[in-house]
Design a protein around this ligand. Structure first.
Ligand SMILES: Cc1cc2nc3c(=O)[nH]c(=O)nc-3n(C[C@H](O)[C@H](O)[C@H](O)COP(=O)(O)O)c2cc1C
Length: 402
């Protein structure tokens, strides 16, 4: 029997144990202490898939339309190879770095994600508590002001918006003034979902997006989905329109004038937009295709990174997210000039399986993988990672674990 079969069997035994556990049947979640055989974030994904209602899992997992960019977000990492340097002292690895004048314990952050409640009860706060325990920078979707004000929240957090609050001067001022009274670092303004894409797994599943705010997908005792009056399923064939003008670069300039808080634009994919972000007074950009959930055929984010870093020309940090699952993925992005790397689905898998402990565990796994991969590449500090550590090859996609 091959070694991989043995590992798989071992994992299946663990998953079977967790699923049969009385902890899970009557209660919230299995115990993380039982999870030492979850060796990487993909193992968390498998366990999360086995625990979640398939409609909720598809909502988390899916991408836009044909999911081409979803696959490419992962596959593109195979086109970048690492150039390890040896005989350097790597007995201690230092992951600390700085972002916009604030120290980060490690260059990894927790991306915003809507609908966390259908993965775990009180999901936003559970995630924030996990991020705080893991010492990670956190971007919140909101709704947990009391916890964030308690002093026990993540030390470095941002408030996410798609700009709904920026429609009038008054609503913009209300929004920023509310944040200025807190220890919020800044505003993470997502720019890539002014219109919402077709996510066809959820359309086929008959998902009502409001369910993602509930604790679980509503089903009757026979397992059928329960629809209530007024529920709208996600659909295709409706001509896109929004009731109000969507934000523009002028909105970013107005926001800049309205607040001293940092402004980070998330969802940038081209160098020209990085230049506009600099011109509009933003402090940072996140190269992101929304986890490939919005426009399909954008290519991967890691492919977009070099042109965005070049366009930033050192005037602002360039962060990135999309498909990061391994320490080597993070290392490659840092080598190509990213200031920090964000994840969403990996911590959502941890959240689904174990609540806050799962979020923290997933972040810790990625952090330790990064440290090990740095050490094995001959770099002992984040500051020593540079472009010479990576080579981009043009051999096309070569397969690998999605
Ligand atoms: C279930 C889910 C919900 C998301 N909701 C939001 C959101 O509300 N706002 C946003 O800017 N990005 C959202 N994203 C995108 C993430 O912030 C992030 O850009 C992306 O998922 C990172 O890629 P990864 O999931 O492969 O790590 C969501 C992603 C997922 C998986």
């Amino acid at each position: 029997m091959s070694r991989s079969v043995n590992r798989r069997e071992a994992f299946e035994r663990l998953a079977g144990f967790l699923l049969a556990s009385p902890l899970l049947l009557g209660a919230e979640k299995p115990e993380l202490a039982d999870s030492t055989k979850l060796a990487n974030v993909f193992d968390f994904r498998e366990l999360a898939k086995s625990l979640l209602d398939p409609v909720a899992f598809d909502y988390m997992d899916e991408g836009g339309k044909d999911e081409i960019s979803l696959k490419e977000n992962r596959l593109a990492f195979n086109r970048i190879i690492l150039r390890p340097r040896f005989l350097t002292d790597v007995h201690q690895i230092d992951l600390t770095t700085e972002l916009l004048g604030k120290k980060l314990d490690y260059p990894l952050f927790v991306c915003p994600a809507g609908g966390k409640n259908c993965f775990f009860r009180n999901g936003e706060e559970e995630t924030a508590r996990g991020a705080a325990a893991a010492g990670a920078m956190f971007v919140t979707n909101g709704g947990i002001d009391d916890y964030l004000a308690s002093g026990n929240g993540p030390g470095h957090w941002w408030r996410y918006t798609t700009g709904g609050q920026f429609r009038t001067e008054n609503t913009m001022l209300d929004f920023v003034e509310g944040l200025e009274d807190t220890d919020c670092t800044g505003i993470c303004f997502t720019v890539d979902n002014m219109l919402v894409s077709h996510r066809e797994r959820s359309i086929h599943n008959g998902l009502v997006r409001g369910w993602c705010n509930l604790d679980r997908i509503p089903r009757d005792s026979a397992g059928n989905l329960i629809y209530s009056a007024g529920d709208r399923t996600w659909t295709t064939g409706e001509y896109p329109s929004r009731p109000f003008p969507t934000p523009t670069w002028d909105t970013v300039k107005r926001l800049r004038d309205a607040t001293e808080l940092k402004i980070m634009l998330k969802g940038i994919m081209i160098g020209e937009d990085v230049e506009k972000a600099v011109g509009a007074g933003a402090d940072a950009v996140v190269v992101s295709n929304h986890g490939a959930r919005q426009l399909d055929h954008t290519g991967s984010t890691i492919e977009a990174l070099p042109e965005c870093v070049q366009a930033a020309a050192g005037k602002m940090p360039v962060l990135i997210d999309g498909g990061f699952r391994r320490g080597t993925d993070i290392l490659k992005a840092l080598a190509l000039g990213a200031a920090a790397v964000g994840v969403a689905r990996p911590y959502l898998w941890g959240l689904t399986c174990f609540g806050r402990e799962g979020v923290a565990r997933v972040l810790q796994l990625l952090k330790t993988e990064l440290a090990l991969d740095m050490g094995m590449s001959g770099v002992a500090k984040v500051a020593d990672i540079d472009r010479t550590l990576a080579r981009i090859r043009n051999w096309g996609y070569t397969g690998g674990r999605l």
